[in-house]
Design a protein around this ligand. Sequence first.
Ligand SMILES: *[C@@H]1O[C@H](CO)[C@@H](O)[C@H](O)[C@H]1NC(C)=O
Ligand SMILES: *[C@@H]1O[C@H](CO)[C@@H](O)[C@H](O)[C@H]1NC(C)=O
Ligand SMILES: *[C@@H]1O[C@H](CO)[C@@H](O)[C@H](O)[C@H]1NC(C)=O
Ligand SMILES: *[C@@H]1O[C@H](CO)[C@@H](O)[C@H](O)[C@H]1NC(C)=O
Ligand SMILES: *[C@@H]1O[C@H](CO)[C@@H](O)[C@H](O)[C@H]1NC(C)=O
Ligand SMILES: *[C@@H]1O[C@H](CO)[C@@H](O)[C@H](O)[C@H]1NC(C)=O
Ligand SMILES: *[C@@H]1O[C@H](CO)[C@@H](O)[C@H](O)[C@H]1NC(C)=O
Length: 638
Amino acid sequence: MATMSISRLLSTVLPLLAPVALAQDDQGSLLDVEQPLINLRPQRSSYRDLINLDGLWKFALIPEAERNATESWSEPLSTDLECPVPASYNDIFVNQSIHDHVGWVRYQRDVLVPRGWSPDDRFLLRAESATHRGRIYVNDRPVADHQGGYTPFEADITDLVAAGEHFRLTIAVNNELTYETLPPGEISVDEYTGERKQTYFHDFYNYAGLARSVWIYSVPQQHIEDITLVTDVDGDTGIVHYDVEVANGSGTRVNVSLVDEDGQMVAECTGSSGELRVESARLWQPGAAYLYQFQATVMDASDDVVDSYTLATGIRTISVNGTKFLINGRPFYFTGFGKHEDTPIRGKGLDESYMVHDFQLLNWIGANSFRTSHYPYSEDVMNFADRQGMVVIDETTAVGLNLGIGQGPAGPETFRPDAINNVTQTAHKQAIRELFRRDKNHASVVMWSIANEPAAQEDGARPYFEPLAELARELDSTRPITYANQGDANFTADKIADFFDVTMLNRYYGWYEQTGDLAAAEIALEESLQGWEQTYPRPIIMSEYGVDTIAGLHAIDPVPFSEEFQTEYLEMYHRVFDRTKAMAGEHVWNFADFQTSIGVRRVDGNKKGIFTRERRPKSAAQALKSRWTARNAFGWSE
Ligand SMILES: *[C@@H]1O[C@H](CO)[C@@H](O)[C@H](O)[C@H]1NC(C)=O
Ligand SMILES: *[C@@H]1O[C@H](CO)[C@@H](O)[C@H](O)[C@H]1NC(C)=O
Ligand SMILES: *[C@@H]1O[C@H](CO)[C@@H](O)[C@H](O)[C@H]1NC(C)=O
Ligand SMILES: *[C@@H]1O[C@H](CO)[C@@H](O)[C@H](O)[C@H]1NC(C)=O
Ligand SMILES: *[C@@H]1O[C@H](CO)[C@@H](O)[C@H](O)[C@H]1NC(C)=O
Ligand SMILES: *[C@@H]1O[C@H](CO)[C@@H](O)[C@H](O)[C@H]1NC(C)=O
Ligand SMILES: *[C@@H]1O[C@H](CO)[C@@H](O)[C@H](O)[C@H]1NC(C)=O
């Protein structure tokens, strides 16, 4: 990783384009409404207000026959069904047609705009996610339409509502996956029932709905809409390069300051971009977070303060040198998991109890990191990772770009005009832009993963991924980029690895191959790691390795699905990792058991968790705990 260049980063300050017009269904293209820039996550201050709209919303399926009658979707909803927000709707109701619905649903509630809100301010709605497409209506007016299920979107509703008045808020949500969406999928019509069926190529359940919060908020006309912070270290001095973007900013001036955890101001500066220097800076370290508060203040032409925004920042550096992944100049060895946002009943709905408990378990077991497999996680999770000193590999929702997975050269081609094509690539670019804009300021995010297990062995993968890797570098020159490689794209077959900085491998020798034969699997694993190490001399992270394990199933001989087998499988992998010089980390697949689509290979979901879906440990948890806590986050690979 080249040393970062703030000028390079800031010269390309992540313009968030309007959602690309993805004509993916009968509604035709996305609304011809100019999309506002997505602002920083809203917060309250003396200049801004913020109201959470979570709770029970009226809920109904939109019948397929009403698919094209979009103007009727915003009509007052008469229904007995109420659905919690945030939550996926699928497992909430005792009703299979809701659980298996393919298409649109709508959520509706009444909103009161606070009487005290100033008519001089702007009022916005923000949905943190709508899986996978969301259309927002204020009364009967469509105000936003967004494709991409795991990133926020907004609507400026200033001209449609008034302080002290109510309005009807409807959000229609579509769960369909096609070759024009990420993740991709196919929709077919059942030959017997005529029902529409969704299939997809990723191994987790297609939960849908409003799984994260919805907000209404106010900002001044002249307000801070974006901040980019890039940190560096010079001896004992911490440096925060900053860039503050002010909407309608003509005539405004910006002051910024940095406040430490004791509330002391340690640096200040004027101007909308520049750098703050902190003598004897406390660094953000894995397992030992230290956060400064970056405070930006905007003054108007008469020097009155009109807006302020506070953003937590950790001062730290990231680089790759040879086979080492360095945080603050010291080799970092990743221990942890690929995770999922997945809990009983809520599906992918954010639940702070599970969030905090999951971090407690990560800490208990000695995990210093996780990957947001296979989509951007809630911003609450990202902020919590910053505060907890948890290292994150941040992944886009490009999963399932592999139609012949596990079939080798005999499988169907993935990159072709009638499958993963140029429209998918356009959606993929937008997914990268939105993720990078949302998460660029997190200290915890040390690397971007732009895809999981694509068919990287195909010739078509190269022209597909080259512009994506270029875009990622253009948007952020400060973090390494990677993708999670699947075994069909072995070190000779892979066509895209040279676009990336770090090798991430998902491998299942002893499970999907050499099933149950750990002696053979050990040889295959070692050959693969040596091949990658010699072909691409750079850090290798095993980003997935694991086996389905039924909690409570025990066996004298370690047979697949038993708890004993899971432990022996992991121990075998760890022996090989410890013999491999380029190893820079190990992420077990998966942190916990999780739900998947129906299929003959899955009984109530994927059971590769080290914890059950209810977060009880399987016995391998103890083995991992003793391995991972025997070393601290640093120094292992030195
Ligand atoms: C919706 O409109 C499209 C094109 O206008 C048409 O092909 C489709 O059959 C319509 N769908 C329904 C359910 O009416
Ligand atoms: C299931 O939900 C659908 C759609 O809301 C509804 O038409 C149907 O009556 C429900 N079935 C039962 C058994 O409640
Ligand atoms: C700038 O202010 C004008 C009104 O003064 C408003 O119409 C416009 O939407 C504002 N732009 C932003 C980005 O807030
Ligand atoms: C902004 O910074 C300048 C220069 O330090 C200072 O004179 C001014 O009072 C500051 N304004 C506010 C509102 O803090
Ligand atoms: C990379 O590591 C080598 C060997 O340890 C060292 O000599 C070199 O200075 C390092 N380069 C950077 C840019 O840190
Ligand atoms: C993308 O477009 C180019 C040029 O139009 C074409 O040659 C290529 O086959 C397309 N790729 C895919 C995967 O559809
Ligand atoms: C890599 O994959 C190719 C294509 O399937 C295969 O021919 C080759 O034998 C594989 N190489 C190794 C080392 O497994």
